[in-house]
Design a protein. Structure first.
Length: 318
């Protein structure tokens, strides 16, 4: 099974298809099941009845430990294509949390269900993972050009773990892939501008038409009064004059968001990781079912409607 998996990885490399750890482990489980089924069909002779032979074999889960050993056995390594670092004001972040933030929560009498944080992030919805697995005799990863198609996701949740419907900013109001689609039925709150960026006008739209309505519905379902605290960073696209009765809005101090903004503490990263895993798993399934599979053709047909389907599956998984 492992030899077949290594050959499959090598074939993907030749086709300039990048693979992350999750996709390789998923493929390993599929190959294991295929080989196990073949062995059962080929084994026509009855086996001796012993306690060892009657014992149920432990399932193959393609664990991280197995993957690490597989990498060593077949000389596989991971190459990082890009990365970035950031600096932050640690002292300022600690002072803000221990003083001002705690005071606001106590004075306002906010419950965890009423404390929200919003942040936006860029999603390159056709881009391959930032890490690709290749054989050690390759000097660097194949030169597959990173896709530039992007949207802006607006993520918002509360201290109790509830996430409101994600907002999505696209570059056009009515893309062809969503023709005749009811945008109110989409898994995201649909917004647009020419550059697919967060702007002050888009921010106002999201606040009034998504945040307020979603939070009202949520708090009503919890039997709580409509009272909310919204924590946001001081990004240039955020309107500084948002207001609504019952909602208190607070901007984080400069250079502290990476340290104390809740959405930056793994939530957005997890969402993107699930999106990438989900998208690549479907790519692998498409490749397995078509001997003439073409990565370029696959991405050409993968449109914003496909992106929304992946986002919906991620939301259901979360």
């Amino acid at each position: 099974m492992e030899s077949a998996l290594a050959l499959w990885i090598s074939d993907c490399r030749k086709k300039n298809i990048t693979l992350d750890t999750n996709v390789i482990r998923t493929k390993a489980k599929k190959l294991y099941e295929t080989f196990a089924d073949s062995e059962e069909q080929d084994d026509a002779e009855p086996r001796p009845s012993t306690s060892a032979s009657n014992a149920e074999p432990s399932p193959f889960n393609a664990s991280k430990g197995w993957f690490d050993n597989f990498q060593k056995r077949f000389g596989l390594k991971s190459v990082f294509l890009h990365g970035e670092a950031a600096s932050a004001d640690t002292a300022g972040a600690v002072a803000y949390v221990n003083n001002k933030f705690k005071a606001i929560i106590q004075e306002g009498g906010y419950k965890p269900e009423q404390v929200f944080n919003m942040d936006e992030t860029t999603l390159f919805w056709k881009r391959m993972p930032s890490r690709t697995s290749i054989m050690q005799d390759e000097a660097k990863a194949p030169g597959f050009k990173a896709q530039k198609d992007r949207v802006t996701l607006v993520m918002c949740g509360n201290a109790a773990g509830f996430m409101i419907k994600p907002g999505l900013i696209y570059r056009s109001k009515n893309p062809r892939a969503l023709k005749n689609k009811n945008k109110n039925a989409l898994p995201v709150y649909w917004m647009y501008n020419a550059k697919a960026w967060m702007t002050k006008s888009v921010n106002v739209d999201w606040f009034k038409q998504c945040f307020i309505l979603e939070v009202k519905r949520y708090l009503r379902g919890k039997g709580l009064d409509f009272k909310a605290f919204l924590l946001v960073d001081n990004a240039g696209g955020h309107a500084d004059d948002l207001s609504y009765e019952g909602v208190q809005i607070e901007f984080l101090p400069p250079n502290t968001t990476s340290l104390i903004q809740p959405m930056d503490q793994g939530i957005i990263r997890a969402f993107k990781a699930l999106y990438t895993r989900n998208t690549l798993q479907h790519l692998v399934e498409a490749m397995d079912s078509d001997r003439n599979f073409s990565l370029k053709a696959y991405w050409r047909e993968y449109n914003i409607a496909s992106c929304l389907q992946s986002i919906q599956r991620v939301i259901q998984e979360i």
